[in-house]
Design a binder for this molecule. Structure first.
Ligand code: BGC
Length: 753
């Protein structure tokens, strides 16, 4: 037996981008523009999914195509935090022309139909957006009657739609799912349609035929304020593959994706090494053209004490470009503890514990959840308790939860409230004019952070706990900004698809498309590029990546999140964070946690079992935190189980900090509606956005309110100081601080200190 330990997420680093000194407000240089465009295009080609192909594709160079854009507009990305002012946009007709096709509206050779759906934060898509509109159906019928030799459909959508009619229609030869493919998306679509790039994307979420087929839909619009998660852990394919009768509702399953070539998979080795399982798979290109192949590894479990989804993804990997006849060995690995469930019902006799259930475990390898082969199995004779963190997120309001047989059971819970430690500590009553200690001294080891904080008034400590001015109108505000103490204003900017600022930046494909590439090295390379552009534009902290789960197909932010699966989401997010932070820019994973509906996002509270919360909605965050140590986390507007996330002590302190060891800053989402003192008491350090927005609350109400609560012992100065300290630590990591310190040191040396 070979003893090896492999960590998940062994992403390959892309080239490091070298930039000259930061140039605030400067245009991107020509090399940056070219490099960004090439990467954006490559990423789009890797994540676009070929869903159907009867031989219609690939087209030949020189073929004539008539493009029908039913939505009338190419959509590079979604609205809100993912909005980027693009360096350039290559729409679909230009992209097809670029790929060597002749775009000719009179031709009756090949029709390319574009079906588009917009999507943006703060609203969800309407139910009717899920199906084809009457206008789209009419155009489709006209095209079908128009005597075309071939019809291909390109879906340029920010959310899932009903693909059933297109999938079943023999007149439609091919369907490409292109999400929002970024600024170079048209070119990438041209590459795929012509076979310049062989498609290798796979769906990272399940596509069902009707909105009602998704279990989350049952109570999705019942109330503005409460959303009960009655489907429990049965989200996405975990529902469709487990619950009797649900399989038939799927049009395209999780993991589905076609290629222009064929591959064979051969399992060379299964190793159980300590607590890790490793599966070595040989992938060979058995077809006629070069291509890449991703391999997905799942487990299924039978005979346990608890109920489990019938199949769950554990690992994935992707080959390089393989020429016909060429092969590559991939290693898929996961740890046994990844198989654990959170026992919130006491089934194992250990309520509040992570438990490895007893029973028979099967390891399956392949592509989609429906296209797998059993490669190994093992038996656990009895349950193993891995850890007992206890309850931190329980609800007593979830009336019922779904069981694996499709029935519902009532939810027994023992509610345990959480209390914080309330202790007082000092602060200066009067502002010190010239502090004897600055953050520069702390950085040099001449003083401690406590000595720095000791010099501050309560108002100054609180200054560190809300946002301040922004350097660019399109940016999002700064953190820190207490010059007297040498605390720089660390500048933040959105966002997930590229740097959002007044000047152009590279527009990358949305996260949902990146996930379909099943290639963490690619996601890391994109993180690096965005981080480099953020650094070049003199930003310190990027407000990305987004990391919530595709629970409902019409959530307005699904495009900005990776997948319905926590392993895909967590690994992609960790890679993105590593890439950004390689460039000396901090990443902020958001929106912590379970932000799954945009309607009423500031007030909406989920009602969710602690098991589903931890296994589905938090697992990706946990992985990303542990594997990539982001500088910051953004709490979500919405909340769960009675608390908005920013005031949930159980979530922000109990789980994020105490259980997972997160040491960075937690900031709110922009303009939360709950009082700041409650946020600090929960462990949420900074209320965003900028000082201008906060002035009223800060100067008039906030400090008086905080003083009052401090006196009443509801919020302790210890907690305020702890948040202020984390902000100082964050600022010290930035390039801006390093730059300002150089100036400070020069002044200090000149003064002969
Ligand atoms: C969004 C965040 C974003 C922030 C700043 C909020 O509306 O929810 O994701 O980072 O605005 O633009």
């Amino acid at each position: 037996m070979k003893i090896v330990r492999l960590a998940f997420g062994c992403a390959v680093l892309a080239a490091t981008w070298a930039f000259a000194d930061a140039r605030p407000g400067a245009d991107l240089g020509a090399a940056t523009v070219a490099g960004g465009a090439a990467l954006s295009r490559r990423a789009a080609t890797e994540g676009i999914v070929l869903l159907k192909n009867d031989g219609t594709l690939p087209l030949n160079e020189g073929d004539r195509v008539a493009v029908f854009d039913l939505s009338g507009k190419y959509r590079s990305g979604g609205g809100g935090s993912s909005n980027v002012k693009p360096v350039r946009i290559v729409d679909i007709p230009s992209g097809l022309a670029d790929a060597g096709l002749q775009v000719d509206s009179q031709s009756r050779e090949t029709a390319v139909l574009v079906v588009g759906r917009a999507s943006a934060e703060s609203a969800d898509a309407a139910d009717k957006a899920f199906g084809l509109s009457p206008k789209e159906r009419k155009t489709l019928d006209e095209i079908k009657a128009g005597g075309f030799r071939r019809i291909a459909v390109v879906c340029n959508c920010g959310h899932a739609i009903d693909l059933g009619p297109l999938a079943r229609d023999p007149a439609i030869g091919a369907i490409l799912w292109a999400w929002f493919p970024g600024g170079e998306g048209g070119a990438a679509i041209g590459d795929i349609l012509t076979g310049k790039v062989n498609p290798s994307g796979r769906l990272a979420s399940t596509f069902a035929g009707r909105v009602e087929d998704y279990p989350s839909n049952a109570k999705w619009r019942d109330s503005l304020y409460y959303v009960p998660y009655e489907e429990d852990v049965f989200v996405g394919y975990r529902y469709f593959e487990t619950i009797p009768g649900a399989k038939e509702k799927v049009v395209y399953p999780f993991g589905h994706g076609l290629s222009y070539t064929s591959f064979s998979l051969e399992v060379l080795e299964n190793l159980e090494v300590l607590d890790q399982l490793e599966i070595k798979v040989k992938v060979e290109n058995t077809g006629k053209v070069a291509g890449k192949r991703s391999v997905l590894c799942y487990t299924s479990q039978k005979g346990g004490a608890a109920e489990h989804p019938s199949i769950e993804l554990r690992a994935f990997a992707k080959t390089r470009l393989l020429q016909p006849g060429e092969s590559e060995e991939l290693m898929l690995s996961f740890e046994k503890r990844d198989l654990a469930y959170f026992d919130d019902e006491g089934t194992s006799g250990h309520p509040g514990a992570w438990v490895l259930d007893k029973g028979e475990y099967t390891v399956l390898v392949g592509g989609s959840v429906r296209d797998v082969k059993k490669v190994a199995s093992f038996k656990m004779e009895k349950e193993v308790v891995l850890s007992t963190p206890g309850f931190k997120l329980q609800t007593d309001r979830l009336a019922r939860r779904l069981r694996a047989d499709g029935s519902y059971s009532e939810t027994p819970v023992v509610y345990q409230g959480v209390t914080g430690k309330l202790k007082k500590n000092g602060f200066q009553d009067k502002a010190v004019e010239t502090p004897t200690v600055t953050l520069f001294d702390v950085a040099d080891g001449r003083a401690t952070l406590d000595e720095l904080l000791d010099q501050m008034t309560l108002q100054e400590l609180l200054h560190l706990c809300y946002g301040h001015e922004k350097q660019d109108k399109a940016a999002t505000g700064s953190i820190g900004a207490l010059e007297k103490f040498g605390i720089s204003a660390a500048q933040t900017c959105d966002g997930p698809a590229g740097v959002r600022r007044e000047l152009p930046a590279t527009y990358f494909p949305c996260a949902a498309l990146l996930a379909c590439a099943f290639d963490t090295a690619l996601v890391e390379a994109i993180g690096e590029r965005i981080g480099a552009e953020a650094a070049e534009a003199d930003f310190d902290i990027l407000l990305a990546p987004g990391l919530c789960i595709h629970r409902h197909p019409l959530c307005g932010r699904n495009f900005e999140y990776f997948s319905e699966d926590p392993v895909v989401s967590g690994r992609c997010a960790a890679s993105y964070v590593r890439g950004v932070q390689n460039q000396g820019v901090g990443a902020t994973i958001k929106h912590f946690a379970a932000n799954n509906r945009e309607t009423g996002r500031r007030v909406e509270l989920n009602i969710i079992s602690e098991r589903a919360f931890r296994e589905i909605y938090l697992r990706g965050f946990e992985r990303a935190i542990k594997e990539s140590a982001p500088w910051a986390v953004m709490s979500s507007y919405n909340g769960s189980n009675g608390f908005n996330s920013s005031v949930s002590h159980g979530l922000v302190t109990g789980i994020l900090r105490e259980e997972w060891g997160f040491e960075g800053v937690v900031m709110t989402d922009w303009h939360t509606s709950v009082p700041m003192w409650r946020e600090i008491a929960a462990g949420n350090d900074v209320k965003m956005p900028d000082e201008h927005e906060m002035t009223l609350r800060a100067n008039e109400g906030l400090s008086a309110a905080v003083k009052a609560v401090v006196v009443r012992d509801v919020l302790s100065v210890v907690q305020i100081r702890q948040s202020a300290r984390r902000v100082c630590e964050l600022v010290m990591k930035t390039r801006r601080f390093a730059r300002e310190k150089v100036d400070f040191d020069k002044r200090r040396n000149a003064a002969g200190h």
